[in-house]
Design a protein around this ligand. Structure first.
Ligand code: CA
Length: 428
């Protein structure tokens, strides 16, 4: 709980004495009728509290933290399990004060009174947005009585998301664990996949690997055999695996709110076919170079542009593209085969927060940032590519921690060289 308290203190120390910050928990979401999705706390709220219940509000003043939460309710606990409750919150979560959530609305005018700025993630909860704005406005209009309310509302992303971009020691430890569980799944797939199995059977292998270590899917797993790999967000996962196909699996574990995000592309049989191998080598070469480049001082944008050069050069070698590298980059011809970015921030959210630009310029990497490195090539089944390559889709994705020295590949336990993968596929 000390780590969460430290984060709150960092937010507080960035606030002026007269400011206040308000953070709202995630709502419970309906899946269908009266069945709910498994509750997942709002990432920002979790980052500051470590508290995973719904109907909660965190108020940060420059020198005090107040958590509003549900009172314990024996009947609710019978159905849904134990609740923390107001009485235990201070000791458990190390906040300064805990109050009943039912008093939040009555308390709000006092919380906002005589504040200059309000930090708040507006735009996520219409009802709360309206309530905060109305209350602030009412206080401002009472100024004749000598009171005022916050005339400035600042989106708390400017404070919090910059913090979340640089991972602390505890987060890095959990990211290693999420990566390790993710590795279990991909290794099991390398060993257990057989021709004629269905994609959903592979998906169940992923689930088993995650659940046996008390993790869940960070996002719906993509298990794409053959040409399905060219559908970037393929999650139907219901087709049969054929001979000499490639299988693209994009699957990552979420462990205690931290996420893995990994893709491997391996043969349905023991070996890659020749066109698959040639394409794989282009993607792998680009990926290894991109990882080496993931060091302080370079931007995600630069890594991407250099990766595009490597992929285009490979596409020319494969005779999928003709002309020079520069010509193809200029014309954008490669976008038909490489249409996504080379990486994204990773952490509490799979597509993690934190701006990609600072002062209008691409942001430079710093130690403690974690990103994916995920080049790919996708060949549609049409005349634009030589027959042998049609329907091949390959992506190789790892999770990389930027350090002051060499980048640390958190997911390095999962093989990706052709030699290593073929050895496992051959039962060697
Ligand atoms: Ca991914």
């Amino acid at each position: 709980m000390q780590a969460f308290a430290n984060r709150r203190h960092r937010v507080q120390s960035a606030m002026n004495k007269n400011d206040v910050a308000i953070f709202i928990s995630a709502p419970a979401l309906i899946r269908s009728n009266d069945v709910h999705h498994r509750f997942r706390q709002d990432s920002d709220f979790y980052y500051l509290t470590g508290f995973d219940e719904e109907e909660a509000v965190l108020v940060l003043e420059s020198d005090r933290s107040i958590l509003y939460l549900r009172k314990r309710d024996p009947e609710k606990e019978t159905w849904n399990g134990p609740m923390l409750g107001v009485d235990r919150a201070v000791a458990t979560l190390a906040v300064d004060e805990a109050r009943d959530i039912n008093s939040f609305r009555t308390d709000l005018p006092a919380i906002l009174k005589n504040r200059e700025s309000l930090y708040y993630m507006f735009g996520r909860n219409r009802e709360m947005d309206g309530f905060l704005l109305e209350t602030s406005d009412r206080l401002l209009r009472r100024s004749r009585a000598g009171d005022f309310g916050p005339s400035r509302i600042i989106h708390s992303a400017v404070l919090l998301h910059e913090m979340r971009l640089i991972k602390d020691a505890g987060e890095i430890e959990l990211m290693r664990e999420a990566a390790d569980i993710t590795a279990d799944a991909h290794l099991a797939l390398f060993e257990k996949t057989r021709v004629s199995m269905f994609e959903f059977e592979l998906e169940s292998i992923i689930h088993e690997a995650f659940r046996r270590r008390n993790a869940t899917e960070a996002y719906p797993s993509i298990v794409a055999a053959g040409k399905n790999a060219c559908i970037l967000h393929y999650i139907k996962n219901d087709e049969k695996i054929g001979q000499d196909q490639l299988i693209l699996v994009d699957a990552g574990a979420e462990k205690q709110y931290m996420n893995g995000d990994v893709t491997r592309t391996y043969p349905s049989g023991k070996t890659y076919t020749s066109p698959q191998r040639d394409t794989y080598e282009v993607v792998l070469n680009a990926q290894l170079k991109a990882i080496d480049r993931t060091v302080p001082g370079i931007s995600m944008e630069e890594v991407h542009n250099l990766t595009v050069r490597d992929l285009v050069s490979g596409l020319i070698d494969l005779k999928v593209l003709s002309g020079s590298v520069d010509e193809n980059i200029e014309s954008g011809s490669f976008r038909k085969f490489y249409m996504h970015r080379t990486g994204h921030w990773l952490g509490l959210d799979v597509h993690d927060v934190g701006s990609y630009n600072v002062d209008g310029m691409p942001r430079k990497m710093e130690p403690g940032m974690i990103c994916t490195v995920e080049p790919g090539l996708y060949f549609p089944e049409d005349e634009s590519v030589p027959q042998a390559f049609r329907g091949i889709g390959i992506r190789i994705e790892d999770d990389v921690l930027v350090t002051s020295g060499k980048p640390e590949v958190l997911t390095s336990r999962i093989p990706k060289s052709i030699k290593e993968i073929e050895a496992i596929r051959s039962g060697a």
